[in-house]
Ligand binder design. Structure first.
Ligand code: EPU
Length: 255
C-alpha cells in the first residue's frame, strides 16, 4: 500500500508480476518499478489455510507447489495445473489452464489491493474470465479462495503424474522458454498450425522454435527480446498468409 502511494505521489510507472514466467520485456530498460509479492515463508502472501469447504492461499505461492500440496491432501481441482510455472496470483490474472480446464472453474473469491490503495474481497462472479484472460485490472491480487473437492488422493496423484509425463513427452522442459507463445485459436492448436508450416527449429538470432512443440520458442543462448519479437512477428505473418488466422500472443509483451 505504501509502495502504491509512493508510485502515485511520485508519478512512477510500475508493473506487477507474478512469477514472470509468461512475460517478454523489451531490450530497453524498464523505467519504473517492478512489483512482485514476497513468497518468503513469513510473508502474508505465501500463506495457505484450508478448511472442509475451501482453501485460501496467498497470491505469491507457486502454482506447481499448490497443485502438489492439494493433491497430497486429496483435494481435487488444481491437479491439472501442476506443470504450469508461475504464481497463483499470475495464474488467476491470466486464467491459466490446460485444454478445456482453467483455474477460474475452481475459484470462489479474490482479494485485491486496488491501485488507489483500497482493499477488496470480491466473489468470482464479479469478474469476467475467458480463455487465458480475466478483466482484473488496476489491482494487485493478494489472496484467492478456491473450492476443492475431497477425492481419493491416489486418483489425483495419478492425474498429476499423467500430466507430467505428457509434458515431458511433448514440451521442451529444461530449456529457457516462456511456455506457449500464442493462444490457441478456437478448436485448434497454435503448435499444430505452426508445425504444419514446417517451422520447427527455425530461428532468428538465438530465438528458436522448439523441435518438440512448435508453440514454444526457446532462448538457445543469448536471445534478445528483439530476436523473440521478430520470430513472433514472422510466425504470425506466415500463419496469416497460409491460413488467414491471426495468432494472438499468450505471453505479455512489456514495453
Ligand atoms: N501438435 C503438433 N505439433 C506441435 C505441437 C502440437 O502437431 O508442434 C499437435 C499435437 O500432436 C496435438 C495438438 O497439436 O494433436 C495439441 O497439442 P498439445 O496437446 O500439446 O496441446 P496444445 O493445444 O498445443 C495446450 C496448452 C498448453 C498445455 C497443453 C496441455 C495453450 C495455448 N496451450 O497446448 O499450455 O500445456 O495444452 O496438453 O492453451 C501454456 O499455456 O503456456 C501451455 C503450454
Amino acid at each position: 500500500m505504501k509502495l502504491l502511494k509512493f508510485t502515485d505521489e511520485n508519478k512512477i510507472k510500475f508493473y506487477v508480476i507474478g512469477g514472470g514466467s509468461n512475460l517478454l520485456f523489451s531490450d530497453e530498460n524498464f523505467e519504473g518499478i517492478i512489483i512482485k509479492l514476497s513468497s518468503d515463508k513469513y510473508s502474508e502472501f505465501a500463506n495457505i489455510e484450508n478448511n472442509e469447504e475451501s482453501l485460501c492461499c496467498g497470491a505469491a505461492i507457486s502454482l506447481a507447489y499448490l497443485a502438489r500440496q492439494t493433491a497430497e491432501q486429496g483435494l481435487s481441482g488444481l491437479e491439472y495445473l501442476s506443470g504450469i510455472p508461475g504464481t497463483v496470483g499470475g495464474a488467476v490474472y491470466g486464467n491459466a489452464g490446460i485444454r478445456n480446464y482453467d483455474i477460474s472453474s475452481v475459484l470462489q473469491e479474490v482479494e485485491l489491493i486496488n491501485y488507489n490503495g483500497s482493499k477488496s474481497i470480491l466473489s468470482k462472479d464479479k469478474f469476467n474470465f475467458e480463455y487465458r484472460k480475466s478483466n482484473i485490472k488496476n489491482a494487485i491480487i493478494t489472496k484467492v479462495k478456491f473450492v476443492l473437492k475431497k477425492t481419493d488422493k491416489n486418483d489425483i496423484l495419478q492425474t498429476v503424474l499423467k500430466e507430467q509425463q505428457k509434458r515431458k513427452q511433448n514440451q521442451p522442459l529444461g530449456t529457457k522458454n516462456a511456455g506457449c507463445i500464442f493462444k490457441n485459436p478456437q478448436n485448434d492448436s497454435a503448435g499444430r498450425i505452426i508445425d504444419s508450416l514446417n517451422l520447427k527449429n527455425f530461428s532468428i538470432g538465438d530465438a528458436q522454435i522448439s523441435d518438440k512443440h512448435a508453440n514454444f520458442f526457446i532462448n538457445k543462448n543469448n536471445a534478445s527480446s528483439s530476436d523473440m519479437l521478430k520470430l513472433i512477428n514472422f510466425v504470425q505473418n506466415e500463419v496469416y498468409k497460409k491460413y488467414k488466422i491471426k495468432l494472438e500472443t499468450e505471453i505479455k509483451i512489456i514495453k
